[in-house]
Design a protein around this ligand. Structure first.
Ligand SMILES: Cc1cc2nc3c(=O)[nH]c(=O)nc-3n(C[C@H](O)[C@H](O)[C@H](O)COP(=O)(O)OP(=O)(O)OC[C@H]3O[C@@H](n4cnc5c(N)ncnc54)[C@H](O)[C@@H]3O)c2cc1C
Length: 391
């Protein structure tokens, strides 16, 4: 935690225990290994086992199914804390929880009892498979099809950029059950898709940052799935089921942005007090003071905006605008703070020996994932008009 955060509103009682535990874990177990795993782009199996023990694979899953049942606000603070040191590994749980929440929110009672307890413990791990080579932002443009064949569906097509694609074993898979439907979203369905015959992992994608965790292509070739894997049991609901989790998804990405923005501030603040030029620590030069002042303000604003969105979500209110604002602002704050942090480090910021370079490589993803920042501003604007009609 940085000094700037000490003046934040106190954490709710439910937060205190879990947040302390997470902060101790980050300090004791993550900090010493992050550089090695990131530079070697090595999957952190041991960290995954620790996350299972911490209950993180069931963080927002209801206790009825073995989860921790945490509020969005508490979960956001956990993601902030981890991301201030190692953003990548939050993808292992965030994407997994998108799958679990799709089942929890939209699944039949049989689907909830069959899948959620094993997802909550991390026995089954997975993610959300929406994006295709020709369709990311324009999700309704996907081409993957599922054709009914007796009591099965036969699925063909390719997904790409799927987090946990190689290491996970089960995905929420968005397909077209009626490719000719108009509007296009009426022909879309969401399936629970475990790795069975016909489902293979293609290439793992090489990335600028977000190292150590896998992002992969998934290929489906006459993949036969029992019909009871259709989430909710009714065709044509997939678009709303897939995007229904995006508010929380955006709060999660905003939390990652907050973590990076705060992490960069912390590193810069430490470095600026020990590095001396012209006979004094650089934090005493006005140019550096201006940077630190801006970085601290951005990090704090990003945190407050993100917690505001999470609390709105927790009250059960519509929060697409709030989540969009948080995601947009916090991810841009991550990008700006990481580059300013790097500048404050001078040449050492450009070295792989210092942690700031990792934050700089990780930050841009937060501007792309869960809806690009271009789309966030459009969503915010549309909601503004809708909520403030003059005619
Ligand atoms: C590391 C990583 C992990 C990912 N993990 C997952 C995952 O687990 N599951 C998953 O399904 N996807 C995942 N994605 C994909 C991600 O969600 C998409 O990349 C994202 O939705 C953008 O889609 P796109 O890349 O196809 O860009 P495009 O849709 O091709 O957009 C290109 C550019 O055009 C802009 N643009 C597009 N349409 C409009 C418009 N109407 N108005 C204004 N601007 C527009 C965009 O903002 C962007 O700047 C991941 C991506 C990355 C990089």
């Amino acid at each position: 935690m940085t000094q700037a955060n000490h003046a934040m509103p106190p954490d709710a009682e439910e937060d205190v225990h879990i947040l302390n535990t997470i902060e101790r874990w980050v300090d004791r177990d993550l900090k010493p290994i992050v550089k090695e795993y990131d530079h070697e782009d090595r999957y952190p199996d041991g960290v995954v086992e620790q996350m299972k023990e911490l209950g993180l694979f069931g963080a927002v899953v209801s206790p009825d199914y073995g989860g921790l049942g945490l509020s969005a606000a508490t979960y956001a603070k956990i993601v902030m804390s981890i991301s201030s040191v190692w953003m990548s590994i939050t993808g292992i749980i965030n994407s997994h929880l998108m799958l679990a929440l799709a089942i929890q929110k939209f699944g039949t009672s049989q689907q909830r009892s069959k899948w959620l307890p094993r997802l909550a413990t991390g026995e089954i791990r997975g993610g959300l498979a929406l994006t295709e080579p020709d369709a990311g932002t324009d999700l309704q443009g996907i081409r993957m099809t599922a054709k009914r064949d007796g009591d099965h569906y036969v699925i063909n097509g390719t997904k790409t950029w799927i987090t946990n694609g190689a290491e996970g074993s089960c995905f929420a898979l968005l397909v077209k059950t009626n490719p000719d439907a108009q509007p296009r979203y009426n022909g879309m369905s969401l399936f629970i898709a475990p790795k069975l015959d016909g489902f293979t992992v293609g290439r793992k994608l090489k990335k600028l940052g977000y190292k150590a965790i896998d992002t992969a292509e998934l290929n489906f070739d006459n993949y036969r799935l029992p019909a009871d894997h259709l989430i909710g049991g009714v065709e044509g609901q997939g678009f709303f089921q897939a995007t229904g989790g995006l508010e929380l998804g955006r709060i999660n990405v905003a939390s990652r942005g907050v973590g990076i923005a705060e992490g960069a501030l912390k590193l810069a603040l430490e470095y600026a007090q020990v590095r001396k030029t012209f006979g004094k620590p650089i934090c005493e030069h006005q140019a550096i003071q201006l940077k630190l002042g801006e970085m601290a303000t951005r990090a704090r604003a990003a945190r407050l905006l993100t917690l505001d969105a999470a609390q709105t979500f927790d009250r059960g209110e519509r929060c697409d605008m709030e989540a969009g604002m948080a995601k947009y602002f916090a991810s841009e704050a991550a990008l700006e703070n990481s580059i300013e942090g790097m500048r404050i480090h001078g040449a050492y910021g450009y070295s792989r020996e210092f942690d700031i370079e990792r934050l700089y490589r990780d930050a841009p993803l937060t501007c792309i994932g869960e809806g690009t920042n271009e789309m966030q501003r459009i969503i915010i604007s549309k909601q503004l008009v809708k909520r403030n009609p003059v005619i």
